[in-house]
Design a binder for this molecule. Structure first.
Ligand code: APR
Length: 278
């Protein structure tokens, strides 16, 4: 990046150059990596934003430390805090954001290779990104099972328990039931390891709404080839993004960032129509 060029111009030039690259037809395999920041405008708090983040607001749950709410050994001792939180963030009452629709638009244009998400809100699915294009690296609320005997647990039953803030127990062995969200101390799904080489096959990498603090997800953007442009759409710079010669920083709100990029590509009308239908 030519440091002598003032950052503002840099962004504008980069955005135009990026849009030209996308419109040239050379971009066929985009990988997208997302975190909680793309769902905050849907009303779901992220984790680490100073005042609004989940971890800043869990004090009422008397946790030994904030991330205990997603810690498997703490959950086995005390599942209450998680189920109190699950009552608030369980999918079904939130609408996808225009950032989710942008990912769906990439799929509709036939250029989405894979979406890696850390989110458990299933909003990418609701925005119409097909299942085979999504890797839910930290699992999701889509399925639940007994942590003792691994017996799957009926969705209707867990919905009742979550609505009532009560603790679901396995119908077979009375063990604790947990949605298949990856807790700290648990392995990521096999799908993550089967697909984590894909960034090296990509010709564009878009990272959105994540602090890139949790491994191994945070290493995904490093898996791209040096020639692959990496775009960060986030409130602040994160990870090593911005240091690569082809990194493009669209710093600010995710929704604004995707609208700017869509506009530069001549897709804004299409994107807004898509989102309006979601
Ligand atoms: N627009 C742009 N950026 C945003 C917005 C927004 N509307 N809202 C939040 N952000 C940014 C924040 O500034 C931060 O950089 O998104 C990032 C969110 O970071 P985190 O809260 O750490 O969320 P995430 O990166 O998804 O967390 C990763 O941590 O606790 C675990 O398993 C959990 O999957 C989660 C993982």
């Amino acid at each position: 990046i030519d440091e002598s060029v003032p950052p503002q111009t840099l962004k504008a030039r980069d955005l135009e150059a990026l849009a030209d690259y996308i419109k040239s037809g050379k971009v066929k395999n985009v990988v997208v990596m997302t975190g909680a920041g793309i769902s905050t405008s849907a009303g779901i708090p992220d984790f680490r934003s100073p005042d609004t983040g989940l971890y800043a607001n869990l004090a009422r749950l008397n946790l030994p430390y904030a991330e205990a709410v997603f810690d498997i050994s703490y959950f086995k001792e005390n599942p209450e805090p998680f189920y109190t939180l699950a009552h608030e963030i369980y999918p079904g009452k939130y609408r996808p954001t225009i950032a989710h629709s942008f990912i769906r638009l990439l799929h509709d244009k036939g250029i989405l290779l894979k979406l890696f998400t850390q989110n458990i809100d299933c909003l990418e699915r609701e925005a119409g990104v097909p299942d085979d294009k999504i890797v839910e690296a930290h699992g999701s609320f889509a399925r639940q099972s007994c942590i003792e005997c691994h017996q799957p647990y009926p969705e209707d039953d867990i919905k009742q328990h979550i609505a009532a803030k009560s603790i679901p127990r396995c119908h077979e062995c009375k063990g604790l039931v947990k949605p298949e969200i990856v807790f700290f101390g648990e392995q990521l799904p096999a799908a993550f390891f089967h697909n984590r080489h894909l960034p090296q096959d990509s010709d564009l990498c878009i990272v959105m709404g994540t602090s890139l603090t949790v491994q191994p997800f945070a290493s995904l953007p490093e898996m791209t080839r040096t020639a692959t442009p990496r775009v960060l759409i986030n409130k602040e710079r994160v990870g090593g993004l911005g240091s690569g010669t082809d990194d493009i920083l669209l710093l600010g709100d995710c929704d604004d960032g995707v609208k700017k990029l869509a506009k530069a590509c001549g897709w804004l009308g299409e994107l807004e129509k898509l989102w309006a239908k979601t």
